[in-house]
Design a protein around this ligand. Structure first.
Ligand SMILES: Nc1nc2c(c(=O)[nH]1)N[C@H]1C(S)=C(S)[C@@H](COP(=O)(O)O)O[C@H]1N2
Ligand SMILES: [Mo]
Length: 198
């Protein structure tokens, strides 16, 4: 007989250690929320160790194949949110024409105000990695990263840069904002890689 607390529908094995499931969607970031009166000046720059660096306008990004994925997100501060539906463009479709140099091993994501996050190139190119424009069928709100954010659900959510503007391919690892300020360099929620010393 099982006397334990009844688990929430569907979350068996889906919630990493020491995370609590929330229905809400907390807003967390460092710095200011950018507001865009128009996206005419907006671009996404793919550069570094690529044969063909590229600047996508928002319109060009919208012309790429759209993909919808459903996943769970895990914030290092202890909340997890299950069954998020994201719509956007797969990383592989964004970088398809850029020709990544064989010596590119790491990626540094650049967001507004100079905020950055790093991840190994395999993690960036993973089939589940998405650049999202919509969450649960609505455009991202300004607080959650409008017009474009990364979504790398297998890592703690701080890697999922909001207000993404640049993707830089690098030969060497370069810690991003939180990675320089006490967070783990990689951030696997299943191994609880929260802080530098974990
Ligand atoms: N540009 C930018 N992206 C960011 C951050 C930030 O400070 N700036 N914070 C990260 C952190 S620590 C978390 S937990 C998530 C929070 O995303 P949310 O506010 O949509 O829940 O965004 C991540 N992406
Ligand atoms: Mo976070």
């Amino acid at each position: 007989m099982y006397f334990g607390k009844r688990r929430k529908r569907n979350d068996d094995g889906r919630v990493p250690p020491n995370q609590n499931v929330t229905e809400r969607w907390p807003v967390l970031h460092y710095g200011n929320v950018p507001h865009y009166p128009s996206l005419d000046e907006w671009d996404l720059h793919v550069y570094g160790m690529v044969e063909r660096p590229k600047r996508f306008t928002y319109k060009e990004l919208l012309q790429l194949p759209k993909t919808t994925v459903v996943n769970d997100i895990h914030c290092v501060t202890g909340w997890s949110k299950l069954d998020n539906t994201w719509e956007g463009v797969l990383v592989k479709d964004v970088i398809a024409s850029c020709g990544i140099h064989p010596l590119a091993k790491h990626v540094l994501l650049h967001a507004e105000e100079g905020w950055t996050a790093n991840l190994p190139i395999e993690d960036f190119l993973k089939e589940t990695s998405l650049l999202a424009m919509k969450h649960n069928n609505e455009l991202l709100s300004p607080e959650h990263g409008y017009p474009l954010r990364g979504v790398f659900p297998h890592l703690y959510f701080w890697k999922s840069a909001k207000w993404l503007r640049g993707i830089e391919f690098l030969p060497l690892d370069t810690p991003g904002f939180w990675e320089r300020n006490g967070y783990h360099n990689y951030g696997d929620p299943w191994k609880e890689q929260r802080f530098t010393w974990d």
